[in-house]
Write a protein that binds this ligand. Structure first.
Ligand code: TA6
Length: 281
C-alpha cells in the first residue's frame, strides 16, 4: 500500500524503496528517504505531541513569516502548529501523491481572530524515486483581497555542515537577520556556513543546488515563490532552543523557499499555488 495512516502520521512508499512520512500536525514532512538514506533533519529533541511546531523536516510557514506587529499570531503563523485533514492518496502512477487540507474553520478562535480571513489551504506531497514535491494551494474564500507570506521551512540533514555549499545565490540581494536586517549582496558562487546564518535572499532564480560534500547533492526547484531563506543557528542559538540539541547545528542546514520579503496579495475568490521539488543528484 503506497500510503498508510498510523497515529496521525501518513507513511508514503514508492516502488523504488523511497519513502516519506508526513505528520498531520502541521502537515509536516518529517522524513524523506532515498536509497535508504534520510535526507531531512529532525532534531532528536523535537516535540511530536502536537504542543509545538516540529523542529525539523518541512514545517509550513503561513500566513506570516516571523512575527508581525499588527498580527497576533505565533511566529511563522499557524499552518505548522495546527492539525490538517488527510484527504488521501490522489495518484499512484510512477509517483505517489497524498493531499492534506486546512480551512479557517479548523482553527481555534484565537488563531482565527489573529488572521480573520476565510481560506482553504491544500497541500500535496508527491514522492518519486529520487524526488519529493511539496506544493501548497491557497483559495481566498473571502470577498476581499488579503495578503500573506508563505515558506517551506526545509531542514536538510547534513553529514557535516563544514562540507555543505549552496549554489545559485551569487549576486543576489539578501537581508541579513544576523546583522540587524542589513541589506547585502552575495558575492560567492558557493555559499558556505561557518557561523550563524539567517538570510532572506530576494528574487531568487527557481533552481538552486545544495551540495553535501562528495556524498550527494540535492537540487531545489521552486515554483510560484520569490525568495529563499538560508539558516543555521550555530552554537549560541542552538543552545537557546529547547527542542534542538546543542551540537545538532553540525548536521543541518535550512534552505527554505518562500515568499517572505514582501506580502503576496490574493484577490477575493482567487487561488494561488507555490511549491518545490527536491531531487537527489
Ligand atoms: O527561517 C529562519 C528563521 O526565521 C530563523 O530566524 C529562526 O527563527 C528559524 O526561522 C526558526 O524559527 P522557529 O520559530 O521555528 O524557532
Amino acid at each position: 500500500m503506497p500510503a498508510e495512516e498510523k497515529d496521525k502520521v501518513i507513511y508514503v512508499s514508492h516502488s523504488s524503496g523511497a519513502s516519506a512520512e508526513i505528520a498531520l500536525y502541521g502537515a509536516t514532512v518529517t522524513s524523506w528517504k532515498v536509497a535508504g538514506v534520510e535526507r531531512l533533519f529532525v532534531s532528536e529533541q523535537a516535540i511530536r505531541d502536537g504542543s509545538k511546531a516540529i523542529r525539523g523536516g518541512i514545517p509550513l510557514v503561513f500566513p506570516i513569516f516571523g512575527t508581525k506587529e499588527n498580527i497576533q499570531l505565533p511566529q511563522h503563523g499557524f499552518a505548522r502548529n495546527t492539525y490538517w485533514e488527510y484527504v488521501g492518496l490522489i495518484t499512484d502512477n510512477d509517483e505517489t501523491s497524498v493531499r492534506f487540507t486546512l480551512k479557517d474553520t479548523q482553527l481555534d478562535s484565537k488563531l482565527r481572530n489573529g488572521w480573520p480571513h476565510s481560506f482553504r489551504l491544500t497541500y500535496t506531497v508527491t514522492l518519486g524515486e529520487k524526488s519529493i514535491s511539496t506544493v501548497l494551494g491557497l483559495k481566498n474564500e473571502d470577498e476581499d483581497t488579503f495578503e500573506f507570506n508563505t515558506l517551506l521551512h526545509t531542514y536538510f540533514y547534513a553529514p557535516n555542515i563544514a562540507d555543505v555549499t549552496v549554489n545559485g545565490l551569487k549576486s543576489l540581494h539578501f537581508i541579513d537577520k544576523v546583522a540587524n536586517g542589513a541589506k547585502e549582496s552575495e558575492s560567492r558562487d558557493q555559499v558556505t556556513v561557518a557561523s550563524e546564518v539567517d538570510r532572506i535572499y530576494c528574487d531568487v532564480p527557481d533552481h538552486l543546488q545544495v551540495n553535501f560534500g562528495k556524498e550527494y547533492s540535492i537540487s531545489v526547484e521552486k515554483t510560484g515563490l520569490k525568495d529563499t531563506v538560508v539558516w543555521n543557528p550555530w552554537t549560541d542559538k542552538a543552545k537557546a532552543m529547547g527542542d534542538f540539541g546543542d551540537e545538532e547545528y553540525h548536521n543541518m542546514i535550512c534552505v527554505e523557499v518562500g515568499s517572505v520579503a514582501d506580502w503576496v496579495k490574493l484577490g477575493g475568490g482567487k487561488s494561488w499555488s507555490g511549491g518545490q521539488t527536491l531531487r537527489v543528484l
